[in-house]
Design a protein. Structure first.
Length: 52
């Protein structure tokens, strides 16, 4: 099930995985509280354009 567009994120829906080309795990605090700009599939890498 995808994370829905407009959803506000808290630490619990994330899993941090490396290596990868998405946002660095060190940026997790910058992601918390942001909203999804689109539907994001489970295990899909995040980029800044995915967040508002």
């Amino acid at each position: 099930m995808p994370h829905l567009r407009g959803r506000s994120y808290h630490p619990w829906p994330f899993s941090l995985k490396r290596p990868g080309s998405g946002l660095s795990p060190s940026l997790l605090n910058a992601v918390i509280g942001r909203r999804a700009a689109r539907a994001i599939d489970v295990d899909e890498l995040l980029d800044w354009e995915d967040l508002t």
